[in-house]
Write a protein that binds this ligand. Structure first.
Ligand SMILES: Cc1cc2nc3c(=O)[nH]c(=O)nc-3n(C[C@H](O)[C@H](O)[C@H](O)COP(=O)(O)OP(=O)(O)OC[C@H]3O[C@@H](n4cnc5c(N)ncnc54)[C@H](O)[C@@H]3O)c2cc1C
Length: 341
């Protein structure tokens, strides 16, 4: 009976930040339960990943490796995770809530006769009882859950833990054999969204949010979408910030109006969008209505630039509201950033 830390290696053999965050949750959990910590790794090869976390205190390091496990694919990932859970005799399984694991973990729990919880923001153990915290109703209510069923698979939400750090130490990896079904899915190529430029950066310190105001008539009676595009992209390139959008802005492209071509629905923040975890947020030309601002739940420092002193941000939703023209503000910020270089 163990606590299993389940991780997939990246194409370069390393473990990504979300995996190290999940490990940061697994190590103290195993300690408080007095249960052995087992690491279960999946990838083309797993030795580099095993070395990376070699000093985490795992009593065993299990590995599923081979060419079939390089890419994310339901059949192979589910089989690998199931085999590792069984080999570890896992009671609690801690994995990162990556897109790759989120596709398979519920199925793995079903195969094991266990349970699964996703988007978990905290894992704790008290007197041998494990509990998790997660948010409900689009991040409006936080709940605490515990379960009697085992194995219990817990997918830790990326960005909620400080990543585990420790000395790289070489360790022996016990290979785990996996019986694979006939594979019907082959990965032929990876296609990126055609937005031209990568604007979503979950690890960025700052989130810049663009609202529909950027595409609306400005005080001179004209729209200035090309200028808006240059200012927003210039700011992103200079600061490496991540780009979010309001629903109104990302919806415009579907309505045949003037649009910022690099904004897609993937950028949308809010009730029907994402709730990212950047430390700082700057909203520009966005009104700050509740269905948008609910997506800012995890943004600690909030500022907004809006021409309207009565916009939603002024109603206690931002720490600082600059009543100003965002075109002028971003141009000035860019000038200062360039001068600082
Ligand atoms: C069920 C439901 C779910 C929803 N989910 C979401 C969601 O997930 N995300 C979301 O964003 N919205 C969501 N909405 C929509 C939300 O209610 C708002 O309609 C939307 O967020 C408004 O977008 P906006 O602030 O960009 O645009 P607008 O309301 O048009 O505001 C534009 C703002 O730009 C300002 N502005 C214009 N020019 C300048 C300038 N030069 N400088 C500075 N400021 C300027 C204006 O003063 C104005 O405040 C949802 C609504 C519903 C009913």
């Amino acid at each position: 009976m163990s606590v299993l830390f389940l991780a997939h290696a990246e194409p370069d053999g390393s473990l990504a930040k979300p995996a190290l965050e999940a490990l940061a949750a697994a190590v103290p959990l195993a300690g408080s339960l007095g249960a052995p910590l087992v690491a279960g790794l999946v990838g083309a090869t797993v030795n580099a990943a095993a070395t990376e976390i070699g000093s985490c205190g795992a009593s065993r390091v299990l590995g599923v490796s081979g060419a079939e496990f390089v890419e994310s694919r339901y059949a192979t990932d589910a089989a690998a995770a199931e085999a590792l859970c069984r080999a570890a005799d896992a009671q609690i399984v801690i994995a990162a809530g990556t897109a790759r694991w989120m596709r398979v973990l519920a199925g793995v729990a079903q195969r094991l006769g266990g349970r699964v919880d996703t988007h978990v923001t905290r894992v704790a153990a008290r007197d041998g009882a494990v509990s998790i915290a997660r948010w409900y109703y689009r991040q409006r209510i936080e709940g605490t859950v515990s379960r009697a069923e085992r194995p219990w698979i817990i997918a830790v939400e990326p960005g909620t833990e400080e990543p585990w750090t420790g000395k790289a130490t070489s360790v022996a990896v016990e290979p785990v054999a996996v019986g694979l079904p006939p594979l019907r899915t082959r990965v032929k190529a990876v296609r990126q969204p055609a937005s031209g430029e990568q604007t979503i950066r979950p690890d960025a310190e700052l989130l810049l949010v663009a609202g529909a105001g950027w595409t609306k008539k400005q005080p001179d009676g004209q729209i200035h979408v090309k200028e808006a595009e240059g200012l927003i992209l210039g700011f992103l390139r200079a600061t490496r910030a991540s780009l979010g959008g309001s629903k109104s802005l990302v919806d415009l492209s579907g309505e045949g109006q003037a649009v910022l071509p690099f904004m897609t629905h993937l950028n949308q923040i809010g009730q029907t969008g994402a709730s990212p975890r950047h430390r700082k947020g700057l909203a520009t030309c966005c009104h700050g209505e509740e269905p948008h601002v609910v997506g800012w739940r995890f943004i600690t420092e909030r500022r907004a630039v809006n021409l309207n002193p009565n916009c939603g941000w002024a109603q206690g939703k931002a720490d600082v509201l600059y009543v100003a023209d965002a075109f002028q503000v971003l141009a000035k910020v860019k000038e200062l950033l360039d001068a600082g270089r």
